[in-house]
Design a protein around this ligand. Structure first.
Ligand code: PGA
Length: 254
């Protein structure tokens, strides 16, 4: 964590919680949040709950985001949602390229740059997720995979747009498995991503961009992760569903 970058703690609820549990959870988080000056906190809720969740979050510094969007501005795309729809129900940010979108639903790398463009056009703050699979890590291909994912997603990005972008490094083998990346593994991947951004989009962008770690984050490992120079926040799946796990993560002591 560097002094210049505000810690960003985000929960990704995925396809979990019913409406009343989602509302209880957001109320609890809101009740415990400070003024938001020292850390940014957000939840990525199922789209059907966004209106209700954002209504509760209103008036607090809590961010509310969608877990996915399509890149077209509207039209015959059954089952999809565009950025303006998500904004209308209170989302201010969106995940792009989460590993479950890439690997369970087969979204191709080429979509990610279009989604980032669409998110920026529709005034949503994108969080681009990148990360390697186990066989890629075992085959020493982590850097190659990250480079390919970054290159294809950020191909059109201008340096002045980078300040609205966040990156989440989420090794696929660490998601939902209880197996968190070691500090060395996380440090190396985050440093690689920051260097790539600095080279392609300028030193200032490299210094400013926040890079979150995701994959089995828990109250037990958040402090060690956040102590790493290039880790600016965490994207939390399973542990974001329970206040007794998510609140200590939000309130980790730096
Ligand atoms: P996890 O999920 O914390 O349950 O591993 C992280 C994510 O998929 O964003």
């Amino acid at each position: 964590m560097s002094d210049g970058r505000k810690p960003y703690i985000a929960g990704n609820w995925k396809m979990n919680l019913d409406r009343s549990k989602a509302l209880d959870l957001i109320k609890t988080i809101k009740g415990r949040l400070g003024d938001g000056n020292d850390r940014e906190v957000a939840v990525f809720a199922p789209s059907v709950y966004l209106a209700d969740v954002s209504a509760v979050a209103q008036g607090s510094p809590l961010g509310v985001g969608a877990q996915n969007m399509y890149y077209e501005p509207g039209g015959a795309f059954t089952g999809e949602l565009c950025g303006t729809m998500l904004r209308e129900v209170g989302a201010d940010r969106v995940l792009v390229g989460h590993s479950e979108r890439r690997h369970v639903f087969g979204e191709p790398d080429e979509w990610m740059s279009r989604k980032i463009r669409a998110a920026l056009r529709d005034s949503l703050l994108p969080v681009l997720c990148v990360g390697e699979r186990l066989e890629e890590r075992k085959g020493n291909k982590t850097d190659r995979v990250l480079k390919k994912q970054l290159e294809s997603a950020l191909i059109d990005l201008q340096a002045d747009e980078v300040r609205r972008l966040t990156i989440a490094y989420e090794p696929v083998w660490a998601i939902g498995t209880g197996e968190v990346a070691t500090p060395d593994q996380a440090a190396a991947a985050h440093a690689f991503i920051r260097k790539w951004i600095a080279q392609k989009l300028g030193a200032e962008s490299g210094e400013a961009i926040r890079i979150l770690y995701g994959g089995s984050v828990s109250p037990d490992n958040v402090k060690a992760l956040m102590a790493l120079d290039d880790v600016d926040g965490v994207l939390v799946g399973g542990a974001s569903l329970k206040p007794d796990l998510f609140l200590p993560i939000i309130e980790y002591d730096s």
